[in-house]
Design a protein. Sequence first.
Length: 325
Amino acid sequence: MSLHEANPETILKAAALLKKGGLVAFPTETVYGLGADALNPAAVARIFEAKQRPFFDPLIVHVADRFQAAKIAEISEKASVLMEAFWPGPLTLVMKKKDGVPDLVTSGLPTVAVRVPSHPVALALIRAFGCPVAAPSANPFGFLSPTTAAHVEGALGSKVDMILNGGPCSTGVESTIVDVSGDVPVLLRPGGISVEDIEKISGPLGAALQNAGKPSAPGQLEQHYAPRTPLEILPVEKIFTDSRLEKAGVLLWKSPLKPFCFRALEVLSPEGSLNEAAQNLFAALHRLDGSGCDVILAEPVPEAGLGRAIMDRLRKAANAGRPQA
Ligand code: TXA
Ligand code: MG
């Protein structure tokens, strides 16, 4: 593994590694991705191996623009309108796939998930490589997503050929995933673009069928994004009176109104901005996880805007400690 500052020279080197079937971790505006040549099944298989990811969980394919997207997916009118509004950016569209996309990428589904990231390093890498890049978040399966190059190095360092460092991710939560392959666009995962903003363009989104643990609704796993330490979501008054507080890592949404004792404390956004909270979420969870606390007690955030994505990640982290239904 080698960690490199992203610059034109290292980006070209990374593109050459992708051409040879290598694995390159790179920054996007949401989280760091673990990239491989999307059209090379052997390279894609290495992603699953490095992440210990089950083969039923399909990957997002990253492209440089809509023209490259059109080579791998059928672009409907609905998809086109959303692309116009939100690409490049944190919106992934699930569309009918065209021939040539390996089954391994889509887990055998007739659809493929595609996005154009807005991070300049991600775009430069895809352009230098010239082909679509399959990239899940660069973390072991089920674990916290990485928002810095150091997170990737810590969790997957020995399994990656190169890590491009492009600084901390500005959005901080993964892309919103919308399935536009059917009549009504369906929200599969809340993320970096709010549902409110998408619905202004698309009209009301349908809700995904909850089918936990089953491959028919991939991305809908109920346990995910989890620190190694158990996490519970509690109203802030209950956190302050919890008997485990002295050994707890506390994740607050805004600045606390009174002092209290704790093992470790992270405040997502002192002034209460949901965008700032999303940006800080995974880094704060990584720090709490490393603090030696017995439990992480997390305050809920309002479920509007990026708050939906934050609560989705916190609930899945909380579920990770529980036996699956
Ligand atoms: O922001 C992001 O989306 C980041 C960065 C690296 O782009 N990527 C990311 O990938 O979050 P990953 O693999 O951690 O999550 C992708 C999700 C998976 O849960 C997968 O099940 C879903 O997208 N997905 C992929 N292809 C799909 C398909 N054809 N139908 C439904 N869901 C799909
Ligand atoms: Mg992921």
